[in-house]
Design a protein around this ligand. Sequence first.
Ligand code: NAD
Ligand code: DAU
Length: 443
Amino acid sequence: MRGNAVQPPPQARAAAAPALAARPAGAAGSDADSWSKLTRTGGAGAGCRRRPLTLLRADGVRGRAARRSRLIPIDTTCAGSGSPNDSMTILVTGGAGFIGSNFVLDWLADPATRGLPLVNLDALTYAGNLHNLDALRGDARHVFVQGDICERALLDRIFAEHRPRAVVHFAAESHVDRSILGPGAFIRTNVEGTFALLEAARAHWGALAGDARAAFRFLHVSTDEVYGSLASDAPAFTETHPYEPNSPYSASKAASDHLVRAWHHTYGLPVLTTNCSNNYGPFQFPEKLIPLMIVNALAGKPLPVYGDGLQVRDWLYVADHCRAIRAVLARGRVGETYNIGGWNEQPNVEIVRTICALLDELRPQPQGPHARLVQYVADRPGHDRRYAIDARKIERELGWRPAETFATGIRKTVQWYLEHAAWVAEVQSGAYRDWVAANYGRR
Ligand code: NAD
Ligand code: DAU
C-alpha cells in the first residue's frame, strides 16, 4: 500500500468489534441502541490470516514533510478484523481535516461507537493535519492511511484489507475562495475522487452477502451550498430544494451529490447524503471566516469582511454536525438526504462582532477593542447572499437537534484557539502565507 499509517492496527484492535446485524431502514431509537443491538460474532483473534506489512508512520509530521518522513514497517496482521463479512470497521475519508478529525475523535469517544475501529484515509493536503489526531496516538482503534481518494488501486486495497461496513466520506477541497482561484483541484477530488470511491465501494458491497450486504452504508457528507443562494425572505432550504450551485466548490459538491444519488438509483448502492450548513469549532483551518477572524484579531491584523458583510450563513458547532452524521449512519433511511443546520442564521458582520467582543473579554488588547481591526474589502465573486437550513426532517425522523447554542459554541471555539497557540502557529507556517497573499493581497 502506498499510504502510511500512524497507528498500527494490532491484534487487539478489532477484538471488541461485533458484527453488524441488519436493521430495518428508518428504525427509531438512539444511536446507542443502534450500535449496541449488534450481534457479536467474534473478532479478529482466531482465524486471522497474516497480511502483508504496511508502511506505518511513526511521527506526526504532515504535508510534504510527511512524505519525506521516516517510514517503519509494522505488522498489520488482522487489520481486516477476521472473516470476510464480520467487519465493524468504518472507512472515513478526509479524517485529518476539520470536520473529519472531529468526527474521528467523537466516534472513538462516543459510548455507542467507541469500541468500533476506523480506517482514516486522508491525502494530507494543506487542510489535513495529523496533529488534530494527536489524542489518538497509540490508540489501536484508529488506523491512518495517507493516500488519495482518486487512486482506485489504493481504495481497492483498503476495502480488501479492512472490509469496512460503512464509508463516511468527508474528503474534499472545501474552501470557496480557493475554488475561485483554482477550480481544477475541486473537480479532481470532489468529483473524480467521489466517483472512484463510489466505484470501489460498489465493488466491495457487490461481493458481500447476507447481513453484511444489508448493513453496508455509504454516507456522503455534503453542503447546503449546493442549493444556491436564498433571498432574504425565502424559506430555508429543505431536502427538495432545487440544486443551484454558484461557485466552483458548490458545483463540484453538487456533482458529487448527483453521482451518489445515481449510484443508488442505478446500482442500488445503499447511500445516505447529508447537506450541512457552515460549521465552526476546534481544528478549523484559519482560511474560513471564524478561525481567520480569531487568529487575525489575536495577532492585531486586519479583519477582512467581504463586501457589505451582510451575507447570511447558518452556523453549526462541529460536534453537533458529527453527532448528526452518526445518527444518519445508524438510523437514516437508505437513499435519503438529510439537511443539517444550526437554526442560527447570522450576517457575517454579526459573527465578527461577537468574536471581537469575546476576545475583548478573554484577551483584551491595550490598543483598544478588537473591532477596530475590521476592514471592508472587495467582495467574493459570485458571493452567495444567504444560506439557511430547514432541519426539521432529521429532527422528525432521527430525533437530532443541535445541542450547542451559538453563544456556547462560539465561546468554546474562541477559548480553544486561545489555548492552542502552537497548533495555530504550525498551520500558519509555510504555504498558509502564500494563500493569504494570494487571496487578500489584491482585495
Ligand atoms: P477540510 O478542508 O478541513 O478537510 C478536508 C480533508 O480532506 C483534509 O484533511 C484533506 O487532506 C482531505 N483531502 C483533500 N483531498 C483529498 C484527496 N484527494 N484524497 C484524500 N483526502 C483528501 O474540510 P472540512 O471543512 O472538514 O469539510 C469536510 C467535508 O464536509 C467536505 O466534504 C465539505 O464539503 C463538507 N462540509 C463542510 C462544511 C464546513 O462548514 N466546513 C459544511 C458542510 C459540509
Ligand atoms: O455552507 C457550508 C459551507 O460553509 C461549506 O460547504 C464550505 O466547505 C465552508 O467553507 C463554508 O463556506 P463559506 O464560503 O460560507 O465559508 P467561509 O468561512 O469561507 O465564509 C463565510 C462567510 O464569510 C462568507 O459569506 C464569506 C465571508 N468571509 C469569508 C472570509 C474567509 C469574509 O467576509 N471574509 C473572509 O476573509
